[in-house]
Design a binder for this molecule. Structure first.
Ligand code: SF4
Length: 349
């Protein structure tokens, strides 16, 4: 019989497992602590549990990790991991080492159904949503791999393969497991969910009530252009998207990040600067200007560096906090828009 992955379990589900069998609730605290605080992935090593209990846990739950099929290290200390989830299922996860913090960029789906023009993942199509355990285990497996050299992970960003809002329940349950005070206790303030613009998902995220940071892939200032780049814009247009995002910013008390990939002659005109100002002025917004990564796209698109600097200067002058974000890991195809399951190795929303 296939055992259930332990990493599917919320703390309250584990408590229920114990109480249903007549054990005390506090056993859940002991086991969560072994796994998520002490990094022990073998029930038989949990020395404060009786042998019977260890046997019971071993026969009920699986503590195994996905296999790291390959890793590629970039010149700037980023790693891209190809994780094997069983059968023919693979995902990519990227670890980014900044000077004073470590970020992991994780996937929420195998492939992606959204089909954004400037994204490699969209081009491989959609296979399936990731399970809760497969999301949690990206963090566990990568942290395990890098811990001795790079320390622990400080930030989690859902910018890998897939649109997190389309796997909403599993993403949120995984976040609740990773942030549980009895376990890993990761701060929700250090988690970013990035969306290509699923307004329904943004509204649901508001109801969850955690101070997770929201990032929105805006990339255009008119519905006409945005619908060509990001097909979901035909369902949820720019004004509806920005309205929902601002409501989220107010509810979560977190500024929303608007990602804007500068594409020469597509979205980098002077009128785009003015329209961007008109869309975001007075809102709880931060703009990240991103250089276009020439990934697997057949369409040759460039970022004009002079324009990106002008956008930054003008938007800041208009009072809209704006920064240029240089993607790390571009040389290993681990930067935004570049995850495509190519083992030479090759994001997301
Ligand atoms: Fe999917 Fe995100 Fe890529 Fe769009 S940018 S195709 S939502 S992974």
């Amino acid at each position: 019989m296939n055992k259930r992955s332990f990493f599917e379990l919320s703390f309250s589900e584990l408590e229920k497992f114990f109480t249903d069998l007549g054990f005390s609730k506090y056993r859940a605290n002991q086991v969560f602590s072994w796994v998520y605080k002490n990094n022990i992935y073998d029930f038989m090593q949990m020395s404060n549990l009786s042998l019977n209990l260890r046997d019971l846990l071993s026969s009920s739950f699986d503590l195994s990790f996905p296999k790291i099929q390959s890793t590629v290290e970039s010149a700037d200390n980023s790693f891209k991991f190809l994780l094997h989830l069983g059968e023919n299922d693979f995902i990519e996860t990227v670890f980014i080492n900044h000077k004073n913090r470590n970020t992991i960029c994780i996937s929420s789906q195998i492939g992606c159904p959204v089909g954004c023009v400037m994204c490699s993942t969209g081009k491989i199509g959609f296979k399936r949503n990731l399970k809760v355990s497969e999301i949690v285990l990206q963090v566990m497996a990568v942290e395990n791999f890098v811990r001795s050299k790079m320390g622990k992970i400080d930030n989690i960003v859902f910018m890998g393969m897939g649109e997190p809002m389309l796997n909403f329940d599993n993403v949120i349950k995984a976040i609740k497991i990773l942030t549980d005070k009895n376990g890993k206790s990761f701060s929700p303030r250090r988690i970013v969910i990035s969306t290509s613009g699923f307004v329904d998902g943004i509204k649901k995220l508001k109801e969850v009530g955690l101070p997770i940071k929201l990032a929105v892939s805006l990339h255009a200032t008119t519905d006409e252009i945005r619908s060509k780049l990001i097909p979901i814009n035909k369902t949820f247009g720019i004004s509806e998207l920005i309205k929902a995002s601002e409501e989220y910013a107010l509810a979560s008390k977190r500024r929303v990040t608007y990602e804007y990939v500068l594409m020469e002659s597509i979205n980098d005109s002077d009128q785009d600067i003015i329209r961007l100002k008109d869309l975001l002025k007075g809102l709880h917004a931060h703009v990240n200007l991103v250089k276009y990564n020439q990934s697997l796209s057949n369409v040759r698109i460039k970022t004009n560096i002079r324009r990106i600097k002008l956008f930054e200067k003008m938007l800041n002058n208009f009072g809209i906090k704006t920064t240029i974000r240089f993607s790390k890991g571009e040389d290993i195809n681990g930067a935004c828009g570049q995850l495509a399951l190519l083992s030479g190795l090759n994001s997301g929303a």
